[in-house]
Each structure stands twice: as structure tokens, then as C-alpha cells.
Design a protein around this ligand. Sequence first.
Ligand SMILES: *Cc1c(COP(=O)(O)O)cnc(C)c1O
Length: 419
Amino acid sequence: MTNPSRATFPPGGRAWPDLQAEMASRTAGDADWRSGRTAIFFFMADEEAYNVGKRAFMEHFSENALGAARAYPGIAAMERDVIDYGLDLMHAPDGGRGVFTTGGTESILLGVKSARDRHRASGKCQPGRPLNIVMPVTAHPAFDKAAILMDVDVRRAPLRLDRRCDVDALRALLDENTFLIVGSAPCFPHGVIDPIGDIGAVALERDIWLHVDACVGGWVAPFFERIGRGTPVFDFRHEAVRSISADLHKFGFAPKPSSTVFFRDGEDLDRSTFRLGHWPSGMYTTATMSGSRPAGAVAGAWAVLNHLGASGYERAARNLAEMTDSYVAGIRAIPDLELWAKPDVTILNFGSKAFDIYAVAERMRTRGWIPGLTSDPRGMHTMLSMQHAPVRETWLADMAACIDEVRASQAKSDLAATY
Ligand SMILES: *Cc1c(COP(=O)(O)O)cnc(C)c1O
């Protein structure tokens, strides 16, 4: 039988120019990452930092970071540097350790694994009932993914009016089998940092692991704090925080795939480290979920961190903050368009009580934008990065025009929010 919709194995023999041309034509209709028309997926500080990351990645395109310890001590040293920089930035105590991973999801999986194994070792589990994670409704689906893999339950707590975790409601969900509490810095849907201090007080009182998911904010929110934005503290300065996930490939402006996870206590990293001694090829150890990993991502992150450094990230934070403020002002200037939360970093979530924001999003799509949506509250969503600065005026003008159309026609939309 032949399935007409399945591609057949290629005969081969095609040269690069031919392949390059076909790839260009296949992707001609894809979103242009430089254009600032997609609400998420791509992160930019400035052109030079982008080029540094790309060059460094390509310099070490071929090495495998899995073999860093045995074959590539230079890559291993860069990887240690990146982790040390992160521990420094997050105010980790001297015994803190971390892992360089391929993304936020992997960083979260490692944090959840360590927390679960610590709880198991504590002997506090009530037998016969599944363990559980307690977290606000806004915490990332990677925790649900981890929960499925580790056969544990997830309980989600509601939010306060400012869309940060309602800590009393979260506390009410805890029991003896809760091995992990999560807060976000910031959460993806509304862009606000959960009250980590208040959540931490509950975590300490009950001796439960607190993981802060700073996949979005980890490498940039500290610089928002430094430039005087009053950005809430989310890191190891809160005694209760035992682990933090922080993506380099978001606001670290490093090439994909790159993320980090940090542990207050080095022993906790051992709990998610995999070791197999009795294998025909000998001892196999990885601190990551993945085996082979691109060394280019390590080199790219190391180079971007050293290129930008504290001064560069502060400059990036100033640029991002200024742009976010100007988007906020533009949104506020449109009648009946309102922000659903006050952004702590650069994520905007906005909608209206007067018209259907999804109908606006539909019209924005026909004008060549790829808007993000939130379902509760019904809203549009944008994770601003520097490629969005030059298109602000066009975006606001298109928004105003689409809103006028929707108001005039009273249009409603049955779009569904999709990440
Ligand atoms: C992006 C994101 C993640 C997951 O990161 P990936 O790199 O996509 O796996 C986790 N948490 C938050 C808050 C995020 O925004």
C-alpha cells in the first residue's frame, strides 16, 4: 500500500544550491523572525549580539557537549562559566550548582525530578496516594508534562486580582504528599511575577521545595531590578527557593537550544543526575535529560554573555523597558482597550470589555501579524523583544483600525487560544 500523503525516501544526489533554493521557496510563507510580526518565538537584544551568538554557534557546530568532560575540555569550561555566571546573577549560596540544558522544559523536568526524589527520601510520603505539585493556574505546561512522566498529580491554585498567585488558595491545596510548589518569574500568560516571598514563607513553614520558573525572566529580570524598575526579587535571596529554571534562549538572547537550571544545594543536582554503572560500554552519566547536545549552544551562550555582560544586559533592559512603556502608553490611548495585568518585564496581555478582542486578533492576522491569545481573560498577548521596537507605530495603527472595524460590525470570533 502507498499512502499518497506520505513523502517517499529521497533518492539523493541533490547539491546545496538546489536544496537552498527549495528551502527558500518552502519557507517563503513563514513568519519573518526579524519583522516583529510574531508575538513570541524569537528574541533580540541587538544585531551585534545576535551575530556573536550565531558565529559562536557555528564555530562549534560539530562538537557534542555530551562528550565535553572526556573530549572537549574547552567546551566543558565554557559550560561551567555559563553556570557560574547564572549562580552569581541569581545570588546562589556557595554550595549552589546548575546544569546547562536544551530548553525550559528540560530545566523544569530536572527541577521536578530532584524535588520528587528529595520528598521520597524524606519518608514523609503517605503511601498509596500519588504525590502532587501545587502551583498557580498560570504555571507553564512543562510542569504538567513532568507530572505525567513522573506519575504525580498537579493541583492549580487561582490568582489574585493582579493575576499573581493567590497564596492562601495555594496553601489550602497542600498536603503531606505535596513535594513541590511552583511560582513563576514572570508567568507566561500575564507577564507578572508571583509573590515569591509569600509563597516562600508557606514553603518554609511546610518544608516543601519551592521552584521558581524564571524561564522568561531569569537572565533579564535581574537587570530590570538593577536599572531601578522596582522588579520583584525572585531568586535565591528568598531562602525558600531551592531551584530556578532560566532560559538563555529567551531573554539571555543566546541561540537555541539553551537553558539553565540552578539548585541552592549542590546535592539536589545529584538527585536529577542519571548514572548507570553496569553497561557494556561502561559508566554512563548525564546531568541532563538529553544525551547528545549541541556544543554550539554552549559556545553561543558563553559568547553572548561575555559580549553583552552586565553593561550590555543593563542596556538591553533599558531598551526593553522603554519600548514596553511606549507600547503600554499606546494601548492605553486606544479607548476601551485595557491591560489585564501590569507587566513586570515585557509580556503584555490586554483585551476589552467593550468589544471582542479575538475578532480584533483575527483582523490583525489578515494584516500579516501573528498575535498571541489568552483564554482567561479573553485577551491578546505579546512577549516584546527588540525586533518589536521599529514596528510599534504600525502595530498600534493596525490595532486601532481593526478595533474600529470590530466596533462598527459588532463582530465576534470563535478563534481558540493556541500557544
Ligand atoms: C518558554 C517557557 C517555558 C518552557 O521553555 P521551552 O524552552 O519552550 O521548553 C517554561 N516556562 C515559562 C514561563 C516559559 O515562558
